[in-house]
Design a protein around this ligand. Structure first.
Ligand SMILES: Nc1ncnc2c1ncn2[C@@H]1O[C@H](COP(=O)(O)OP(=O)(O)OP(=O)(O)O)[C@@H](O)[C@H]1O
Ligand SMILES: [Mg+2]
Length: 287
């Protein structure tokens, strides 16, 4: 298993008048190699939760196991280096954290920091710069000469270049154009297919239903649901009650059901919806 939380609380500004409970009694397990989505309204605790995966925030209470490493309130910063090599975290608007003179140097920073040789770090950086859809001639440019979308890609390449076992992404597609978003999600899905764990915060239920195979839903610091998107989006009443959006595929499926189509289970990806509709049409044609 990849990540386990046991009764984790996190309190911001503890003991001050600004004290805020960010996470409340969170327990769950995530399997290695899964693609996990974290959903919930603004302020529900998604980013707070994600910053616990690499020990950027330490739990105020409770125990966390990440890729075999333990984290609790007393974990020393020395033992966090091993965790950070295994867990790559891409923040919301990561382009704000670019700092090197050139794109290549920026992307090499992570691999060098985690002990790759200069040559290996360069190879990794060049490979990931290309994989995230940037051209080779951008490598010697300053990251600050690039467009917002290109800067986002540089920041993502900078984490993927040291190939962390667990890749955590906080709203990675926000602000990218639809084509760029799709490209990014395909890259993350391929990363999962290559055997890594991918954890994604998203407000977009279409992206979650298309790519994730496990889902955590937060509300006011509580984990209110942990199930596969299939199960969550099949319960329309629950989704409505918690003011979550529905993916377009599940809305379309319900309309098709009203029109007489039958589905043994709700198709959530566009591909599975199309194939189920095609089967139904064949059956109808045969009658
Ligand atoms: N640095 C901080 N200091 C004090 N309180 C904070 C801090 N960061 C977050 N909080 C509080 O913790 C709670 C959870 O915030 P968090 O940023 O984790 O939410 P989120 O689900 O990521 O929201 P969003 O969708 O807007 O990104 C909120 O009540 C927020 O106000
Ligand atoms: Mg957030």
């Amino acid at each position: 298993m990849s990540i386990e939380f046991k009764n984790v609380d996190y309190v911001y500004a503890s003991g001050t008048p600004f004290q805020t409970q960010g996470l409340i009694d969170i327990s769950f397990k995530i399997e290695k190699g899964s693609f996990v989505a974290i959903a919930g309204h603004t302020g529900s605790g998604k980013s707070t939760l994600m910053q616990h995966f690499d020990g950027l925030l330490l739990p105020s209470k409770g125990e966390i196991t990440v890729a075999g490493e333990q984290i609790n309130a007393n974990t020393s910063s020395k033992s966090l280096k091993a965790i950070r090599k295994k867990v790559g975290l891409v923040f919301q608007f990561p382009e704000n954290q670019l700092f090197e003179e050139t794109v290549l140097k920026d992307v090499m920073f992570g691999p060098l920091n985690f002990g790759f040789s200069e040559q290996k770090a360069k190879e990794q950086a060049v490979e990931w710069i290309k994989k995230v859809g940037l051209s080779e001639d951008m490598m010697d440019k300053s990251p600050f000469e690039l467009s917002g979308g290109q800067m986002r890609r540089v920041a993502i390449a900078g984490v993927m270049a040291y190939e962390p076992e667990i890749l955590c992404l906080d709203e990675p597609a926000a602000g990218l154009d639809p084509e760029g978003q799709k490209q990014m999600f395909e890259i993350f899905k391929d990363y999962q297919r290559a055997g890594h764990t991918v954890i994604l915060i998203s407000h977009n239920m279409d992206d979650i239903s298309e790519y994730a195979d496990d889902m955590l839903v937060l509300e006011h610091g509580h984990l209110i649901k942990h199930a596969c998107p299939q199960e969550i989006f099949s319960d329309q009443e629950w989704v409505k009650k918690h003011y979550l959006d529905e993916p377009a595929t599940s809305r379309l499926t319900r309309e098709l059901q009203k029109g007489g189509f039958q589905f043994s289970e709700m198709p959530l990806t566009i591909e599975s919806l199309v194939s189920k509709v095609a089967n139904e049409l064949k059956k109808k044609g045969a009658n």
